[in-house]
Design a protein. Structure first.
Length: 421
């Protein structure tokens, strides 16, 4: 069988598809890039917003229309939240919810190794899923309904996968999870490891590589983890994504987030002291039910004050079954869009300031697939001159639109980086 894949949504969805690709490839299945060649189309869906639902249905309808002979397999969070709607719209599709995703090959009549030899197609950065599930009760979020079970990859399995990726020449490995900071798993000797313990274990592996952490909740970015990042000699990127959602206490309470703005500010201050030059990014939601203009402006001022290097901004989307969806004070779409545009402009300003502050300084970049651009340890997107080969490279960040000058390969423990801010 010839397989084609598409993943919508978060990094965890991308990781799951990459792992399935690897398992199928090792079993001798053909993986095709061109949709026209596919016999089986596997689509991993997202349902975090209404737009995500619409995008998935639109894509699936086009897929069914243009490739009617291909077998359609739909999995992921939309397939978990509303399998009936998918089966009604696509009666001949195989719809598999998240709990059955690992057994999807068996549902197709295949017998595969549960652990692939490797989990990446790309040679620059690999994304490794080490955690799944969320048990929080944020009033707007559907994720605990579609991924309720907390799961963590065994430390030995995580170490094997990282070792294999490094042997394949992957220089940066991004550890991913729905709630990455809830990682918790005992090793073969019975010792319970949290995320900091796993990171420490992975840092013992040989090879020239670095780790990057995906999104962490505020209370999960603890002192031990911060110390590991600070003392890793560049092997754990000083880049943290901490979802804030709003800088207004009133909105945070209605969201049922487990902190207030002052708590967030105190933790950020502690992280900034412990990790010199740490680059902090965050999520901001606009148009949450009941958000007044004064609350929006209060939140905006907080975001401006905190020192983020960039924002991921999105509009609130009512999700069926969530408390926020039942709130009578829904924000008019035009108002939510206006606030979204304001926050996007702030994001552009913050990212430009991040780049200006780094101009003339040394960083360590991993080239992306084109080799003409790369990402630094503090999540700066840079153009590279000259184009380097694979690996980690010392670069001097250019001013304005000038490219970053490649200075030479990075060696563990060597850095002339100048810290600003």
């Amino acid at each position: 069988m010839k397989f084609w894949f598409r993943a919508f949504g978060c990094r965890v969805n991308q990781c799951e598809i990459e792992e399935l690709r690897a398992r199928l490839a090792e079993a001798g299945c053909a993986l095709v890039q061109e949709l026209s060649e596919a016999e089986v189309c596997v689509v991993n869906t997202c349902t975090v917003t209404r737009d995500a639902d619409r995008e998935a249905f639109k894509f699936l309808r086009r897929l069914r229309r243009d490739h009617p002979k291909a077998r359609l397999v739909v999995t992921g969070c939309l397939a978990t939240r509303d399998p009936g709607a998918l089966r009604s719209a696509f009666p001949h599709a195989l719809v598999v919810d998240n709990s059955g995703k690992d057994a999807l090959p068996e549902a197709l009549g295949l017998s595969l190794d549960p652990e692939p030899r490797a989990v990446a197609r790309r040679r620059s950065r690999a994304f490794l899923k080490i955690q799944d599930g969320c048990d929080w009760g944020c009033s707007y979020c559907v994720v605990p309904r579609v991924r309720p079970k907390l799961w963590s990859l065994a430390p030995e399995r995580a170490a094997r996968r990282v070792r294999r990726l490094v042997e394949e020449g992957v220089p940066e490995i991004v550890l991913c999870g729905i709630r990455l900071g809830r990682y918790s798993c005992a090793d073969a000797a019975g010792k319970e490891l949290d995320l900091a313990g796993l990171v420490a274990r992975l840092l013992e592996l040989p090879g020239t590589f670095r780790l990057r952490l995906s999104s962490l909740e505020l209370g999960e970015a603890g002192d031990r983890l911060a110390g590991l990042i600070a003392d890793s000699g560049g092997r754990v990127c000083p880049h943290l994504h901490l979802p804030l959602q709003s800088g207004s206490d009133a909105v945070l309470r209605r969201m049922k987030r487990p902190y207030l703005a002052a708590d967030f500010a105190l933790r950020v201050e502690a992280l900034s002291r412990r990790i010199p030059g740490v680059a902090l990014f965050t999520d901001i939601m606009t148009g949450f039910p009941g958000e007044s203009e004064a609350e929006f402006r209060e939140g905006l001022k907080f975001v401006e004050r905190i020192g983020f290097r960039g924002l991921h901004v999105f509009r609130y989307s009512a999700r069926p079954g969530t408390p926020a969806a039942a709130c009578a004070e829904q924000i008019p779409p035009a108002v939510a869009r206006e606030r979204l545009d304001i926050c996007k402009e702030l994001d552009r300003s913050l990212r430009q300031a991040h780049l200006r502050a780094a101009a003339g300084q040394e960083r360590v970049a991993v080239p992306l697939e084109t080799r003409s651009s790369g990402v630094t340890e503090d999540f700066l997107a840079v153009r590279l001159d000259p184009q380097p080969g694979p690996g980690l490279w010392r670069v001097r960040v250019g001013a304005g639109h000038a490219p970053a000058r490649v200075l030479g390969p990075w060696q563990e423990g060597f850095s002339e980086r100048t810290i600003v801010g």
